[in-house]
Design a protein around this ligand. Sequence first.
Ligand SMILES: Nc1ncnc2c1ncn2[C@@H]1O[C@H](COP(=O)(O)OP(=O)(O)OP(=O)(O)O)[C@@H](O)[C@H]1O
Ligand SMILES: [Mg+2]
Length: 292
Amino acid sequence: MNRIRYSIKELEDLLEHHKAIASAKEKVLLSYISEMEELYKELHKKIQTIKEKEETINQTKKILAQNDRVFTLGIMAASLAHEVKNPLIVIAGMLDRLEKHLDPSQKELLNIIKKEVERIQGIMNRLTEFYKPQPIKKEKKNINQLILETVKLTKHYLERFRNVNIITNLSDNIPDISYDKGQIQQVLVNLIINAAQSMPKGGSITISTSITTSENGKKSVIIEVEDTGIGIPEENMDKIFQPFFSTKPPEEGTGLGLSISKDIIEKHSGKITVRSQVAKGTCFTIYLPYDE
Ligand SMILES: Nc1ncnc2c1ncn2[C@@H]1O[C@H](COP(=O)(O)OP(=O)(O)OP(=O)(O)O)[C@@H](O)[C@H]1O
Ligand SMILES: [Mg+2]
């Protein structure tokens, strides 16, 4: 009898022992499961990041392919322009010689031809200049000063637009930054002319400066050129920076102003953005990064 009682005790002990082992194993198993869950979550996140990166790579590839095509087209146009320039010089020279042999009424016709030849020469020059790599010659200067000089320079040109006035709103705490004066001035002139051309019934162009710090701590000078003109329709917003895109009659635009400007700003490691509302106006924003 005694033996059986012991044996039951032994069995109870054994059971307790096994229960303790089972509970310990359960705990280990549960911790494995929660660890697996954590790992699964991390894996899921990593897959998500890889998918996003893949998407960015695909988009970049598309942009690169497009840029490549635009660039090849541009090079072709520039070499064509180069070929056309020489015969044009000969034509212009011949027209000058011809002028001496004509009577006044014929000279009037000749002047029209001469003007058109000059216009073609102007377009060809801009084309060849655009695709010729222009080194940037940076100098540390104040951008407000350049804006004031450029406004003065364009005042005479703007007189041909009725009721177009130009206002400057320049911040006092703009540091001197390194930039190519001639090239940034070219950008400003392009933007001012575009703004004036967008206001056939008159309006105002406001040029402002300020500074900003991006999320990664990089500082930039901001130049905004804002007009109260016709605005840009949504469907044209991603075309305006492409070479040769123009909505203007041929005598007013070749569609190179903004693509040249974008190129210049990017050579300064900056960027140019645009926001616009049809019938309200357009604002171009230039960011020029600088080190302190
Ligand atoms: N301020 C603006 N307001 C409205 N539309 C604009 C403005 N600036 C540019 N655009 C649009 O963007 C197009 C491209 O401008 P871009 O300066 O490159 O060429 P363009 O002015 O047509 O010719 P170019 O500058 O070579 O004489 C313009 O034809 C016009 O449709
Ligand atoms: Mg233009």
